[in-house]
Design a protein around this ligand. Sequence first.
Ligand SMILES: Cc1cc2nc3c(=O)[nH]c(=O)nc-3n(C[C@H](O)[C@H](O)[C@H](O)COP(=O)(O)O)c2cc1C
Length: 164
Amino acid sequence: MDTFECLRKRRDIRSYLKKVVPDEVIKKIIEAGRLAPSAMNLQPWHFIVIKNKETLRELGKFCVSGRFIIDASFAVVVITEPSNKWHEIDGTRAVQNMSLAAWNEGVGTCWIGAIDREKVKERLNIPKSLHILTILPFGYPEEFTVKRKKIRKSPDEVFHWEKF
Ligand SMILES: Cc1cc2nc3c(=O)[nH]c(=O)nc-3n(C[C@H](O)[C@H](O)[C@H](O)COP(=O)(O)O)c2cc1C
């Protein structure tokens, strides 16, 4: 897919078809995360892939603003290293890479922000010293979620030329 077309059409997806995303596609998506640029190229991130349905269901209890994770084909827990000053910026670039690579494969995702992070750390053996940036559920989108109107501020509101 053309890069700009991917940017223009990509939506955050919260409803998934009951269709399994193949491992080759999963690997491509996490590889896109691994390839992201980072401050001083320190790559302060880890990615846990969750395919197990029971684990996804359990995570659903902890994802306060993303219960829809239970319907995902798989999820990626994005973990960053707070000892690195830019960990959240770097992790977010990895998330965007994964999101775009997924869309290119016809797969949707959505950032989940409100998470009971301590419970997830406990469940997945994540060291307390690390930060769960987000959990990304992935799956083939339900048709209607793709067709929603994309709402953004107008160019006049956000573009400035030469000065504010
Ligand atoms: C930092 C961040 C946190 C978000 N948290 C949530 C969330 O907890 N639950 C949710 O359903 N969507 C969440 N979203 C998704 C946004 O609501 C979504 O990106 C926005 O509505 C634009 O969606 P669109 O690209 O489909 O138009 C989050 C997005 C970002 C970037």
